[in-house]
Write a protein that binds this ligand. Structure first.
Ligand SMILES: Nc1ncnc2c1ncn2[C@@H]1O[C@H](COP(=O)(O)OP(=O)(O)OP(=O)(O)O)[C@@H](O)[C@H]1O
Length: 291
């Protein structure tokens, strides 16, 4: 499946701008996938598998091989060019891409600390982070998303990578990758809620924030006796029980069903950085889509 991706197919964005130059990677990740290449799998997301690689310069990279798409390639190239132009300390850098017919890959800077979920739900393995550190990380993520939403190309970031894949692949992959379902905004499923916009990212951020504040996975059964309790409702009920209240209050503003009732990322940042006493309690989250 990966054998068609060769070194000369992978192009690296030059540090000076948009000129693209071939990227040279160690043979290991460029040879036929079935024999010796692309072995060091880091994980799998809704859009494809991610492998560890190394440039000849020694720089470590993460190569995301996108699931087979139906785009004509022009969309992919123009969106990659847009994403590649953004630089923010809280946004992982896209340093290159590969486009070879239906084989499409994105090359990112390698991040060494691993996935956040390992630190939130570590339970003995990995590094368990205290509330202060988690709050700082949440603030960093919010700043990164707010930067991406900041008026530059809202059309692109409305969907993030979703626009790079045909719709049926998104649905299939999200179902296959159960972990992602919990972060998906309801308007991606219920069309009567209105169009999909950058508010879908706010929803996903809210779900993540709830996990960080409660250290529970979205899809977990929340208690032994209330195994079918809807997670956001359970979280709302915890407001009086001493969990990380500010983060929970902010998260609840992010996960409102109706996109227009959700806070913008700018507002979320204001809440995260502002006085806890100014926080207003959000309406109770709905379990069913509003009619
Ligand atoms: N830049 C990176 N550096 C190091 N590891 C990475 C990098 N990007 C992804 N990974 C690893 O690959 C895994 C899958 O990443 P990927 O971005 O495809 O999916 P995700 O973030 O879990 O979900 P989504 O499909 O919504 O993007 C991550 O959990 C992480 O372990």
């Amino acid at each position: 499946m990966y054998s068609a991706i060769r070194g000369s197919d992978i192009r690296l964005r030059s540090p000076m701008g948009d000129n693209l130059a071939p990227i040279h990677m160690e043979k290991k990740i460029l040879s036929n996938g079935s024999k010796c290449g692309l072995k060091d799998k880091l994980g799998e997301g809704g859009y494809g598998s991610v492998f560890k690689g190394r440039l000849r310069s020694g720089r470590e990279v993460a190569v995301k091989i996108l699931k087979k798409g139906e785009s004509d390639g022009q969309d992919f190239i123009s969106e990659v060019a847009t994403i590649g132009r953004n630089h923010h300390v809280n946004v992982v850098e896209l340093i290159g891409f590969c486009f070879n017919g239906s084989k499409q890959a994105l090359v990112y800077d390698f991040t060494h600390n691993g996935s956040l979920d390992k630190h939130i739900f570590s339970q003995g393995q990995g590094m368990s982070l205290d509330c202060k550190k988690l709050y700082k990380i949440a603030l960093g993520i919010a700043r990164g998303i707010e930067y991406l939403h900041r008026g530059i190309t809202p059309k692109v970031f409305d969907f993030g990578l979703a626009r790079l894949c045909p719709m049926e692949y998104n649905i299939v992959s999200l179902i296959a990758a159960r972990g992602n379902l919990g972060y998906m905004a309801p308007e991606l499923v219920y069309k009567n809620l209105g169009g999909v916009s950058y508010k879908a990212d706010v929803y996903s951020f809210g779900k993540l924030l709830m996990e960080m504040a409660t250290r529970r996975k979205n899809e977990d059964n929340v208690t032994g006796c209330l195994s079918h309790t809807y997670f956001p409702l359970w979280v709302h009920d915890q407001l009086n029980k001493g969990l990380d209240i500010p983060m929970i209050i902010i998260a609840l503003w992010c996960i409102q069903w109706i996109p227009s009732e959700r806070s913008s990322m700018r507002k979320v940042l204001e809440m995260l950085e502002g006085d806890v006493h100014d926080l207003q309690i959000s309406p109770k989250p709905l379990f069913y889509p509003p009619r």
